[in-house]
Design a protein around this ligand. Structure first.
Ligand SMILES: Cc1cc2nc3c(=O)[nH]c(=O)nc-3n(C[C@H](O)[C@H](O)[C@H](O)COP(=O)(O)O)c2cc1C
Length: 273
């Protein structure tokens, strides 16, 4: 082929006209393919980012509705979610923080050293490393009376961090439900945290005893209902002792003095007045 011919075909034409076993052709075609694919993937990631964020938020709202026993009429999650009052709590004081909940991202704050605190090994029973100073909570009210409060919780199981919610009735002690919306535990073993039968057990359990001590625990095996403290205990998942222990620890962390403990104590004291 003359140089004139090759120029007239252009760069791509020139490459394509090389024999298929040419190393130059193989390398250039592989490089161009990678370039095109990476541009496509990056464009898709940028274009779909806002949709992904919106879908994640919608999924969280769907989970909050599910845990509180509310359903979205005609699948309208946004309208159903308007029943909730969203607040931000300062975990150290247990008081509401003067901040717009829509401008606060607790998950992002958890990894920001300015907005979070590093936990000591002794404190970190949920194995989360750091926790945000502020937490977003959801109140379900009826004529100014709090009927339910939904608190975000997370912590390590066996393979993954489990993210979910625990919901309390208006006494800030009786558990309405517990639900995880993200984890990577093994389906059929630790993944049974999603089993409705297992989750149902949490309904009606008391997190604290009459003196305000945190008692809730996931035990190994089955709860003996003849025992006086059965109201504070939940069956462990069979074949998944490590995930069960992780769930017990993370619930205890988030309801304890370092989590929502001060907030729950404040709310219970306010009710007694
Ligand atoms: C492939 C595989 C996946 C497992 N996934 C889990 C899991 O998600 N959660 C868990 O607690 N145990 C899981 N286990 C079992 C643990 O290694 C461990 O044996 C178990 O937690 C002990 O629980 P048990 O005393 O109730 O049998 C898995 C084991 C294997 C082999």
């Amino acid at each position: 082929m003359t140089e004139k011919n090759s120029n007239s075909k252009g760069f791509i034409g020139g490459i394509l006209s090389l024999p298929n076993d040419s190393p130059k052709k193989t390398i250039i075609i592989a490089f161009l393919l990678c370039l095109v694919c990476s541009v496509l993937v990056s464009t898709a990631a940028v274009v779909l980012k806002s949709k992904q964020v919106a879908n994640k938020e919608l999924d969280i709202k769907k989970n909050i509705l599910a845990i509180s026993g509310l359903s979205a009429e005609n699948g309208d999650i946004e309208t159903a979610f308007e029943k909730f009052e969203v607040k931000v709590v300062d975990l150290e004081t247990g008081q509401y923080a003067d901040i717009d909940p829509s401008s606060y991202d607790q998950q992002k704050a958890s990894s920001d050293p300015a907005q979070s605190i590093k936990l000591t090994a002794e404190q970190d029973i949920a194995k989360i490393g750091r926790r945000a100073k502020l937490a977003t909570i959801y109140l379900l009210k009826e004529n100014d009376t709090i009927k339910q409060v939904i608190l975000p919780i997370h912590g390590y199981g066996l393979w993954s961090t489990l993210y979910g919610f625990i919901a309390f009735e208006g006494d800030f002690n009786t558990i309405q439900g517990l639900q995880f919306y993200a984890h990577a535990e093994t389906p059929g073993l630790g993944g049974e945290v999603d089993n409705p039968k297992w989750r149902k057990q949490w309904h009606g359990k008391k997190a604290f005893d009459q003196d305000g001590h945190l008692k809730i625990k996931v035990i190994r095996g089955h709860v003996d209902f003849k025992m006086a403290d059965a109201e504070h205990k939940v069956d462990g998942l069979s074949g998944a002792t490590l995930t069960s222990r992780g769930v017990s620890n993370l619930v205890n962390y988030w309801l304890g003095d370092h989590g929502f403990g001060p907030y729950l104590t404040n709310m219970r004291s306010a009710m007694e007045k």
